[in-house]
Design a protein around this ligand. Structure first.
Ligand code: SAH
Ligand code: SF4
Length: 437
């Protein structure tokens, strides 16, 4: 979502005469778009600001004018004024709901304001206020359909930093998707903090779920692939599950975080489902799409997690079999219920569990990768590779695939036979190009 938000910030700044700089050195404005999900992410912002302070001083010393330093996103939202006190190099602090007001903020600074702070949740629709720019779209692009979250998992800051759940109206999403496709996008990943809680109003004011939205989007000529991220197991409704079977354009890769395999920990996390319910759900989705590749997020060392709870998580991973997974040590976030829970798990125990979990997941990912060898599949080419004459594309299962192929195939889907694999990617060769309208 931060990638999408950063692109929108660049859209807002383009009419003011700004353009992307290759690096922060000498830039007129530097914006750090930040994430607050774990403590490390927040600390990284402050250390990065130390580096930027030097660049800002160097620019001024060379007589090259001022460098405006802005911090955007969820760290800005959460820290607010404190950020300016702790890092005086910062000129502007604004949250994820305010970036469409960048022109006003810049005007305030130019008008002599010492600092600008904007962390309000506005009443107007941020998306409506964004300029409509026609830039060359990438073959695979993001589209935000939903923001915020009402689930309040006890470890998570998202409901506090991104606010209450909000779904964009169907017609606006369709119009944006249509424009993206007209500009060359072939694959759209629908984004939301809890994307399958989507319930956008259609023209008649009726609420539509994500399954219906995907079915509508699939009718767009020229759009070849649809994905969505990130989902909550509780919000996988019948229509969405059915879409995995009926909608060919919906890719067979699903990020469905479970966090833990222990029912006790799932309850303490307020995830509102058990390990068994999750496994049944996975079986239902695989029942309609048998080649579905699954990924998940895991948190190890949530307060109260015993060796046995952790073993339950390992067992769930063995049972489900993931193509990929992201795993984290529990990081207490101020203001969330988890941070105040008793029985916090010591760091060394968290580290040891994380290592074991990642070893298991890596093994499964390698098996999944390995199972692709010799298969033929459709690859959407996105960009040139590192070697001359090579392109990088994505498999239906989201793996990067390196192929010797002509440049004109960028933005197109072609049939590829998978020949090699490395840890994180596949190699293949063209077996004939299918031109896309
Ligand atoms: N909405 C998604 C997750 C969004 S946050 C869901 O419900 O699954 C992305 C991931 O960051 C989470 O899935 C979780 O694994 C991790 N995460 C969130 N808060 C965390 C914390 N306090 N400590 C460690 N990991 C955390
Ligand atoms: Fe955070 Fe996801 Fe839980 Fe919402 S559903 S509180 S975003 S982990």
């Amino acid at each position: 979502m931060n990638v999408y938000d950063s692109d929108r910030m660049s859209d807002v700044l383009t009419p003011l005469g700004y353009e992307l700089a290759p690096d922060p050195e000498g830039a007129d404005m530097v914006i750090l778009n930040t994430c607050h999900i774990r403590e490390k992410a927040a600390e990284k912002v402050y250390s990065e600001l130390g580096r930027i302070r030097e660049l800002k001083a160097a620019k001024a010393a060379q007589g090259n004018g001022a460098m405006v330093v802005a911090v955007a996103g969820c760290v800005a939202q959460a820290e607010g004024e404190e950020m300016i006190a702790r890092a005086p190099v910062v000129d502007m602090v604004f949250g994820p709901q305010s970036y469409h007001r960048l022109p006003e903020m810049i005007a305030k600074l130019e008008g002599g304001a010492k600092h600008v702070l904007d962390t309000d949740f506005p009443v107007e629709d941020k998306f409506d206020a964004l300029p409509k720019v026609a830039r060359k779209a990438s073959p695979a692009a993001f589209l935000t359909v939903q923001e915020g979250c009402d689930k309040f998992c006890t470890f998570c800051v998202v409901p506090y930093t991104r606010g209450a759940e909000f779904s964009r109206p169907v017609a606006k999403i369709m119009a944006e998707a249509q424009k993206m496709v007209a500009n060359g996008t072939r694959e759209i990943t629908l984004l939301g903090q809890n994307v399958n809680a989507f319930h956008g109003a259609d023209e008649s004011g009726q609420s539509q779920g994500l399954g219906q939205l995907i079915t509508l989007l699939a009718e767009l000529d020229g759009l070849e692939r649809i994905r969505y991220m990130t989902s909550h197991p509780r919000d996988m409704d019948d229509a969405l599950i059915a879409a995995h079977g009926n909608v060919q354009k919906l890719m067979p890769y699903l990020h469905l975080p479970v966090q833990s395999g222990s029912d006790k920990i799932l309850k303490a996390m307020n995830r509102q489902h058990t390990g068994e319910e999750y496994q049944k759900l996975v079986a239902r989705i695989r029942g309609v799409r048998n080649d579905l590749a699954l990924s998940s997020d895991f948190i190890v060392g949530f307060p109260g997690e015993t060796d046995q709870d952790f073993e339950d998580t390992m067992q769930l991973i063995r049972d489900v079999k993931y193509a990929q997974a992201f795993s984290f040590k529990y990081s207490p976030r101020p203001g969330t219920p988890g941070a105040d829970m008793k029985d916090q798990v010591p760091e060394d125990v968290k580290s040891e569990r994380l290592q074991r979990l990642q070893a298991l997941v890596n093994e499964q990912a390698a098996d999944f990768h390995g199972s692709m060898a010799g298969q033929e599949m459709d690859i959407l080419f996105e960009k040139p590779g590192r070697h001359d004459g090579q392109l990088i594309g994505r498999s239906p299962y989201l793996q990067p695939v390196h192929v010797m192929a002509p440049d004109h195939l960028i933005g197109q889907i072609a049939r590829v036979r998978i020949t090699t694999k490395s840890t994180n990617s596949l190699g293949g060769e063209l077996v004939g190009a299918r031109e896309v309208a």
